[in-house]
Design a protein around this ligand. Structure first.
Ligand SMILES: Cc1cc2nc3c(=O)[nH]c(=O)nc-3n(C[C@H](O)[C@H](O)[C@H](O)COP(=O)(O)OP(=O)(O)OC[C@H]3O[C@@H](n4cnc5c(N)ncnc54)[C@H](O)[C@@H]3O)c2cc1C
Length: 542
């Protein structure tokens, strides 16, 4: 439904391009757009440079020098795990662009360490340094940043093209509006407020906003990534568990828990009893460098007085949803355009099936995708804006957001935000519902989620500040419905989608599942290799 804009905006700004989200994807998008001559505004829910999941972590990056054999190994590494849904054309592009852009970071002064042979080691980025540098770089090229200003809904013109967004400033409570000729959604994934490290700003807002403007999702069944964390903390950094032994309470080793598919073993065990870990496979000589590499991994242990190398500690699995899953907004060509004119998607907000199929993009691919898709979306959006005719008059914009916004006067109930959040979490957190999926479980969950959607649809929100949380809650309900609707359609086990009723991978289902819709959710299949057009003119150059 289109709504006429009110005029009570504290800020009313204009730009060529609006970037929503200031993580790696958003900042690379803003940088490439501004470097192409566009006037760019970037808005973030938090403080750009410190918010989102990359800022809080060490980021392994899919950085592979242009050596044919090394690139071939890199491409093959997750093809089978991802259920053969990835696309080598996209892998090649991402490997090329990531290599160029990471080298650009070195030129900007990112302090890459050197390896044993004195060569720079560029396969990992420390979140705080990386994102501080990205904030500086986008300011240098003239990007205007609005911090603490979550976007709540998109604006569209008479032809349905996206023309900006509106939102609320968290600090003043006032509303802002940015009119733009292209908009890039880089709002990250959805981790359902599970408190996984850096993820509590990632509530699927971008999916909801994009869907309201008519965009589609893809791969939403690949949305059940869980990160290991100590049971007493929310730090879901998982690299060092490669050196862990997992045991039952009595100290007996849990068979298979340390393998590549060990999450399922851990989850199955957690359904019955506690699981413990100890990092006893890390040699004495490695331990100091591990502390240096990921200091915040050790913080919860230091606080609890536990030495994780010599003492066992209880672990749990926290939902990271689509953050380290691969589903997201469907992009239709090499430019990272969505199916809606003027709207682009990048980073975790977009599907990552193209480079890692249905298996997690964490550990390397996601970081590379954020860099590359961010860069391409910014450059393409700038080219798109440049191609448009000079505007004679201000386009007539309307807002398209509905659920969780306060403008509808005919709603009867107060939006019970906390209850809604708990209700959606009750459907997506439990391993027995989301990790070990069954036809019956998915159908029952979906029925409850559909009912929840109907309830919030007729609920009233009264203040600007309340809208922020209500929109997050609505986005989570919408995301969960696309997830489970897609999961029901994928009647097989592929990538991270484990279906207990269909435990085998079915060669007849080697396709994507595209989903969308709000009141009525739909899912359809899409064959591989059908990104509608490949824009070869978008070169891999910084
Ligand atoms: C603990 C952990 C470790 C990880 N380690 C790795 C790794 O080693 N290698 C790897 O490849 N990947 C890793 N990942 C995944 C990786 O961090 C993400 O893929 C990457 O950060 C995606 O970048 P992004 O810019 O799309 O999203 P994010 O970095 O999450 O940024 C999204 C931004 O959008 C903002 N935002 C959200 N909603 C709104 C809104 N409504 N309005 C305005 N702004 C909004 C947020 O505040 C945030 O700044 C890890 C993830 C986690 C959780």
């Amino acid at each position: 439904m289109l709504k006429t804009l009110t005029t009570d905006f504290e800020l009313d700004l204009q730009a060529d391009i609006l970037v929503i989200g200031g993580g790696p994807a958003g900042t690379w998008a803003a940088w490439s757009a501004a470097s192409s001559g566009a006037r760019v505004i970037l808005i973030d829910k938090g403080y750009c440079g410190t918010t989102g999941c990359a800022a809080a972590s060490g980021n392994g990056v899919w950085y592979v020098p242009p050596d044919a054999e090394a690139r071939e190994t890199a491409k093959a590494s997750r093809e089978s795990l991802g259920g053969f849904l990835s696309d080598r054309h996209w892998m090649d592009r991402v490997l090329n662009q990531t290599y160029i852009n990471v080298n650009q970071l070195a030129e900007w002064g990112y302090p890459f360490p050197t390896d044993d042979e004195g060569k720079p080691y560029r396969r990992s980025l420390q979140g705080p340094e990386y994102m501080r540098l990205m904030r500086r770089q986008i300011q240098r090229v003239g990007v205007k940043i609005l911090d603490h200003s979550p976007a709540l809904e998109l604006l569209v013109d008479e032809d349905g093209a996206v023309g900006g967004a509106t939102g609320v400033n968290r600090q003043t409570g006032g509303r802002w509006m940015v009119r733009s000729r292209a908009t890039i959604i880089a709002t990250g994934g959805c981790a359902f407020l599970s408190k996984a490290l850096g993820c509590n700003v990632l509530t699927g807002d971008g999916y909801l906003m994009a869907a309201e403007a008519g965009a589609e999702m893809s791969g939403m069944e690949f949305s059940n990534a869980y990160g290991i964390s100590p049971a007493f903390s929310s730090v879901t950094k998982t690299l060092f568990y490669n050196w862990a032994t997992f045991t039952y309470e009595d100290g007996t080793v849990i068979p298979g828990a340390g393998s590549q598919r060990g999450r399922s073993v851990i989850a199955k065990t957690l359904l019955q009893q506690p699981v413990y870990a100890i990092l006893d496979k890390a040699s004495e000589s490695m331990r100091p460098s591990m502390r240096l590499a990921q200091p915040n991994f050790f913080l919860p242990f230091d606080r609890a007085g536990i030495d994780p190398f010599t003492q066992r500690f209880p672990v749990t699995l926290r939902l990271e949803g689509t953050v380290r899953g691969t589903g997201g907004i469907r992009i239709v060509d090499d430019s990272c355009a969505t199916s809606v004119r003027g709207l682009y998607a990048a980073g975790d907000a977009a599907t990552r099936e193209l480079i890692c199929g249905g298996f997690t993009g964490g550990g390397s691919h996601n970081a590379a995708w954020a860099i590359s898709s961010g860069y391409w979306s910014g450059k393409s959006a700038a080219e798109y804006v440049h191609s448009l005719k000079e505007q004679k008059a201000q386009p007539h914009l309307k807002s398209v957001g509905e659920v969780g916004l306060k403008s509808q006067s005919d709603r009867h109930y107060k939006f019970a935000t906390d209850e809604v959040i708990q209700a959606v979490q009750a459907e997506v957190f439990p391993y027995e519902k989301n990790l070990f999926r069954t036809e019956q479980g998915l159908t029952e969950s979906l029925a409850r989620l559909n009912h929840l959607w109907q309830e919030i649809r007729s609920s009233q929100v009264t203040s600007n500040q309340e809208q922020i949380r209500a929109r997050e809650a609505a986005a989570m309900v919408a995301t969960a419905r696309w997830m489970y609707s897609s999961a029901i359609e994928r009647k097989e086990t592929r990538g991270m989608h484990k279906h207990l009723d269909y435990p085998e991978q079915d060669p007849n289902q080697q396709h994507y599942l595209v989903s969308g819709g709000l009141d009525r959710v739909w899912v359809k299949t899409q064959p591989l290799n059908t990104t509608e057009k490949r824009l070869s003119k978008i070169g891999a150059a910084v």
